[in-house]
Design a protein around this ligand. Sequence first.
Ligand code: HEC
Ligand code: HEC
Ligand code: HEC
Ligand code: HEC
Ligand code: HEC
Length: 491
Amino acid sequence: MPELIPRFHDWFKKQLPYFWHNWICATGSIIIVATIIILFFFLLLFVYNVILGRHISSYVQLVSFLIMPSFLVLGIITVFIGNIIHRRRLRKGQEIKSAPELGGQILLKKALLIGFVSFISILALGTFSYEAYHFTDSNNFCSTVCHTVMAPEATSYSNSPHSNVNCVKCHIGPGASWFVRAKLSGLRQVYGVMTDSYSKPIESPVQNLRPARDTCEVCHKPDKFHGSRMVVRKHFEYNQENTETITANIIYIGGPSESGQASSGVHWHVDPGNEVRYRFTDVKRQNIVEVVQKTPEGEIRYIKDGFEGSDDDGEWRVMDCLDCHNRPTHIYELPEKAVDKSMASGKLDSSIPWLAKESLRTLLETVPSENTEELIKDKLIAIYTDDHPDDLQAMVDDLDAIAIELTDILERNVFPAMNIEWGTYKSNLSHFDGDDELGTGGCFRCHDDEHESEDGHYIDQDCDKCHNLMAYQEENWEGFGGIDIESFLRN
Ligand code: HEC
Ligand code: HEC
Ligand code: HEC
Ligand code: HEC
Ligand code: HEC
């Protein structure tokens, strides 16, 4: 029995990594110990804050969950390299360039130290990587670490129907491979922010966004759409009375029929039995030159009238949710719609003469800055003094409320630091894009009566194909005999 102890001693000694046998090992050891000491203090800081129920700043989180553990890994790798070199030298019987002697070489002491260090490292690394995973997936990380850059996205998001859906649900989705891809591209983005070398505004559409099948469709089943939706909006004319009108539109949401066979309506494109793909020649995917519709009988190809390019021009894409819902959460309004919305909800008082027209003009001519409210007040007073002196007093009586509301509209839609103006990010969910009376974008990129198949069919623009426009900016619309229009009102 007693002779076993020295044998074990020798064996154990051989298994131990070298922590201090050359300069590389020593550097690694110092990094490890220093990191652990710092991490330990961060841990105390956390416990302290958690006990007191205090908010932990995201910069502290960034340092402790990402930067410090990276140092720990760096230290471990350095020790490892040092060991390889040392063992090779030992084997070849070369001269050993050792680090300075630190006290005696008492085995037990070293073993204890090593055991302790490894235990703490594993514990710390485990806890911290877990926390790091959650932290880099949190909205806080996305919007605080890249504060100004993501301010527009975070603002538009917080006003949207998806404001309770975390950024990563749409931008990364489930699964390890997309997680890794996202973190790698995230590193590039953080570098971009640090060196101020990113594009302003951030480019859209997002290249390599995860397909909707793995994000949107986790929550929304494409074969569960049904029926129609009634959309009622108020519009206020640009005259002295801000005359109120009603638009009522029944949109054929669509989806598969009861029998599960043919689908119809707007969501026909994403029915699991259908596929539409298209070829576009511009970054914004607005110029669509070819559309291919897969049917059980074969493919129908539609070519845009007058397209002269070759088969290699442009890029292909299979249509999914994002080709129409490209703004499901980063929703920017057009100024006309924003004014209508504020008047309909009473935040702008429609009894103040000319207010719809002049609010719109003020929004278009003001750039938000530190003192937006003051700028807006000066502008409105100048406009009313010049153009409607008789109505100036009525406007001034409510000036504070008007300025607050117009500031709010401006600050949620226009971001000069990121070069985001009115209409920078266009929605494809309609055909109005502000260019033409009915517009040319959105649905009308394909439904324009200009994409023709070999047998002479067009992707048509029949006004009853997608919706039934019951009323368009009508004064005193009767509605459906007695049903209160207000109950359908949707901004
Ligand atoms: C409901 C899904 C969804 C959520 C939640 C979401 N996004 Fe997005 N985001 C999108 C889509 C879709 C696009 C791409 C639009 C396109 O490609 O045309 C996008 C685009 C972006 C862009 C590029 C600029 C732009 O507006 O097109 C940034 C930056 C961005 N998102 C950041 C964020 C941040 C930060 C959060 C969380 C605060 C977030 N997103 C939450 C769906 C989402
Ligand atoms: C984590 C689940 C989740 C994900 C992922 C998600 N959504 Fe939603 N979405 C919701 C919920 C919940 C609502 C209902 C919100 C409400 O009505 O307040 C909603 C509402 C909507 C609406 C109706 C909005 C309105 O104005 O009434 C649309 C359109 C929509 N989502 C599209 C998308 C698209 C496109 C994507 C992918 C980019 C997506 N969603 C991803 C949960 C999700
Ligand atoms: C061809 C364009 C198009 C495609 C593709 C598309 N949608 Fe829609 N979707 C619309 C339109 C248009 C509406 C009605 C918008 C409105 O009410 O203002 C709508 C409405 C919705 C609504 C609200 C439904 C309701 O009953 O009010 C949801 C949710 C939705 N879409 C999710 C999706 C998802 C998820 C996908 C992908 C599987 C998808 N859409 C694909 C155009 C499209
Ligand atoms: C990339 C091209 C493309 C875009 C963009 C597009 N569609 Fe279509 N859509 C098609 C094709 C192709 C068909 C099938 C041919 C046809 O019906 O003319 C179709 C058919 C339809 C149909 C008829 C479905 C049925 O019942 O058979 C509706 C409704 C429709 N689209 C609505 C919309 C709406 C609303 C939008 C915009 C939000 C839109 N589409 C955007 C290509 C497109
Ligand atoms: C391919 C589908 C499609 C076709 C064809 C189409 N529209 Fe639309 N239209 C839409 C969608 C989608 C919207 C936006 C729905 C919403 O308000 O959310 C819209 C909105 C409108 C609105 C705005 C309603 C409002 O609330 O302000 C008007 C007006 C309109 N369409 C008129 C027309 C006319 C006129 C035609 C025929 C030339 C036409 N549309 C053809 C899809 C279509």
